[in-house]
Design a protein around this ligand. Structure first.
Ligand code: ATP
Ligand code: MG
Length: 450
């Protein structure tokens, strides 16, 4: 009895991990295509690392006293071999691990990018999920500030191409390690004066990671954080020159920014340049993405020392902004839906569909949904619902006469003389080439046979 009930129980997805349904994937693909085109335009190469990494990779890079490592990681022991594994909460550490492991920097610096899901055990809410997606760049082996400016320009171009105007850039410099140490001493003395007012997290971090207290989201601590000693006042000439160099490159490229002395980023590996892209349009989850330099990380993870910087953007938050802007995507239905009836028509329909795909058209061929034959009327309903531009109809009559009927389904009737017309099979390709703008070149491959 209980077993029967158990079988019928409907399973659901995991909380905070969303299905992205076909009604939404058009928007995702539009975003992915836009960002990929830009990354290629700047000469970045795609890298794909696994979802799972050894847990110490993240503990060592992100830092023990951070939100991610303290409370957000999906970590577990592989019951088959006892290994400590973690589902990546971010991807910089993994890209650096991979670059070291495969000696990617052996012939010079590398410009890399990635896209994919990340996992953090947070409280799900708008713009905050347990599986979410980031696109990111990592520029490994560059000293900056030119590369810092370049990766910021990439983001600005992305906002422009997506038509997003409400994203601001905030900048800061975290300087070198010894500069942060001098600031840290003063910051602790300052924060100790307010120790009674600090919240649990901030008290915990007072001596382990006081810089973190500055980016607290607790409204009650905003004044304390705002008046704290500023790291920027502790920067030496070299750090300041780097920071000013970046600012002038950004200004020369018409990128506006504000300097936010409290911007420290949520991960420990950053130094020198840090930045965030923020918007007021998404409520509490207003940070679209961020990044900065991490000059010590490669060495810290066991690689030959090399300087580096990068950013990561949260895709769900960007898509939310696109929806806020009422982005309308053009119809993404196929060019042609082929309806047919009878055995001969079916065989011919297959062959016509293949020929049309050969010339670059997107074609849906009607396939049986059960064993009964489906009326033309029902097939035409499916054709309409599919979003296709044209229906091609193959009945007995058409088959006898070596013809097809073509019916425009949406917004393109004016191109054809009348609503439906007959065309000989042998001139179908030429006919469609006239009425449909066939993409000049479909992606092709070639093999280098030895
Ligand atoms: P937040 O302060 O909002 O928690 P974060 O500093 O933890 O962000 P980063 O580690 O800098 O975020 O990640 C870069 C971007 O990834 C964020 O700006 C955001 O757009 C996105 N992001 C981070 N965590 C989530 C999440 N749980 N759900 C959706 N997007 C996220
Ligand atoms: Mg976070």
């Amino acid at each position: 009895m209980t077993e029967k009930k158990h079988k019928l129980e409907r399973l659901t997805g995991v909380k905070g991990m969303n299905d992205i349904l076909p009604s939404d994937t058009g928007l995702w693909e539009f975003f992915e295509n836009t960002v990929k085109a830009i990354l290629h335009a700047y000469g970045y190469q795609n890298i794909r690392t696994p979802i799972l990494e050894h847990t110490p990779l993240f503990r060592r890079s992100i830092g023990e006293v951070t939100d991610i490592v303290e409370k957000e990681m999906y970590s577990f022991v592989d019951s088959l071999n006892g290994k400590q594994l973690t589902m990546r909460p971010e991807n910089t550490a993994a890209v650096v691990r991979s670059a070291i492991e495969h000696n990617l920097l052996y012939d010079g610096p590398k410009r890399l990018w990635y896209i994919g899901p990340m996992f953090r055990h947070e409280r799900p809410q708008r713009g905050r999920y347990r599986q979410f997606h980031q696109v990111g760049v990592e520029a490994l082996g560059f000293v900056g500030p030119d590369i810092d400016a370049e990766i910021i320009l990439i983001c600005q171009r992305l906002w422009n191409n997506l038509g997003l105007r409400d994203i601001r850039l905030e900048l800061n410099s975290l300087g070198h390690k010894h500069e942060r140490a001098a600031h840290r001493d003063q910051l602790i003395i300052y924060l100790e004066r307010y120790i009674k007012l600090l919240d649990h997290d901030s008290k915990n971090r007072l001596y382990t990671n006081p810089l973190r207290v500055l980016d607290t989201k607790n409204p009650a601590l905003q004044d304390i954080a705002a008046n704290a000693p500023k790291l920027i006042d502790f920067l030496g000439d070299e750090s300041l020159a780097h920071f000013e160099g970046l600012q002038s490159l950004l200004s020369a490229n018409n990128i506006s920014f504000t300097i936010n002395p409290r911007l420290v980023r949520g991960l420990d590996y950053y130094n020198m340049t840090v930045f965030e892209w923020v918007t007021n349009k998404l409520g509490a989850q207003g940070t679209i993405g961020g990044g900065g330099r991490y000059d010590l990380l490669i060495k810290q993870l066991g690689g030959k020392p090399a300087l580096a910087c990068g950013w990561a953007l949260g895709i769900e938050r960007i898509l939310e902004l696109l929806r806020e802007n009422n982005l309308v995507l053009s119809n993404d239905g196929c060019d042609v839906y082929i309806v047919h009836q009878g055995e001969t028509a079916r065989i011919r329909a297959f062959s016509i569909a293949e020929q049309l795909r050969n010339i670059g058209l997107d074609v849906i061929l009607h396939c049986s949904v059960d064993n009964a034959s489906v009326s033309f009327k029902s097939q035409m309903k499916l054709a309409n619902a599919s979003g296709a531009t044209y229906a091609i109809i193959l009945g007995d009559n058409e088959v006898w006469q070596d013809e097809v009927s073509i019916k425009p389904l949406r917004g393109n009737r004016e191109i054809m003389d009348n609503a439906q017309q007959r065309v000989p099979v042998k001139s179908l390709v030429d006919f469609l080439a006239k009425v449909i703008a066939i993409p000049q070149k479909k992606e092709g491959i070639s093999y280098n046979h030895k």
